[in-house]
Design a protein. Structure first.
Length: 220
């Protein structure tokens, strides 16, 4: 989104964030109106955890893809997606200078269709809870990533970081070692142990390169 004129950019970012909030509200209201027994509440809790894990995994997938494929000048996605990740390697503190809408606008752009589908065609209470948890994690991802780099953070965020409930600075530092070859997940970082140990992104990278997707020529 950074290639748009500033005023139009702010309008677009604000609109996508507002659209996600408006779509999430009726889903949350639908959940709140349901009477649930202890078993049902346990199911919702598991769905919330699952949604958060999916958000963490998606953050790693997008992060890895934008680090490893295409270029900053690639039409459309270059400025929209690739540039912010490459800028982050050149200047890890750049995102700490970005505002709320700039950090959440792109995430909401991708999230809005998912919320719209769940709002229009609800399949189950469990899926509603999973989608809302996923949405919260996706929207929070860049904020949590920013706070993993910031010198000072709000006290509640520091409390969550110390308990590894959100991305802690020390865990994220592993990604910024030369090569940028691991620890891509930046919501909570929980999925990094799995994706790094199983070399999930390496295998996926070989598969995408095999079908002709252009790897980046940028140096790490």
């Amino acid at each position: 989104m950074r290639s748009l004129p500033r005023r139009r950019l702010e309008i677009l970012e604000g609109s996508t964030v507002a659209a996600c909030a408006l779509l999430a509200f009726p889903i949350a209201r639908r959940l709140a109106a349901l009477p649930l027994d202890p078993v049902g509440l346990l199911g919702l809790l598991l769905a919330v955890i699952a949604g958060y894990l999916v958000a963490d995994l998606l953050s790693g997938l997008v992060h890895w893809f934008c680090d490893r494929f295409f270029e900053e000048h690639t039409p459309f996605i270059g400025r929209l997606l690739i540039y912010p990740f490459r800028e982050h390697h050149r200047d890890p503190l750049a995102m700490t200078r970005h505002g709320f809408l700039e950090l959440t606008g792109n995430s909401c752009l991708g999230l809005a269709p998912v919320l719209a589908l769940d709002w229009r065609w609800p399949l189950s209470v469990w899926l509603d809870a999973l989608v809302l948890s996923l949405a919260a994690g996706v929207v929070a991802t860049n904020l949590l990533h920013k706070w993993a780099h910031a010198a000072t953070v709000p006290a509640p965020v520091r409390w969550l970081q110390c308990r590894r409930l959100v991305l802690p600075p020390r865990a994220h530092a592993a990604h910024h070692r030369p090569g940028y070859a691991g620890a891509y997940c930046v919501t909570a970082g929980w999925m990094n142990a799995l994706t790094d140990r199983l070399r999930v992104f390496d295998a996926l990278g070989h598969a995408l390169a095999a079908v002709g997707l252009p790897r980046t020529t940028a140096s790490d």
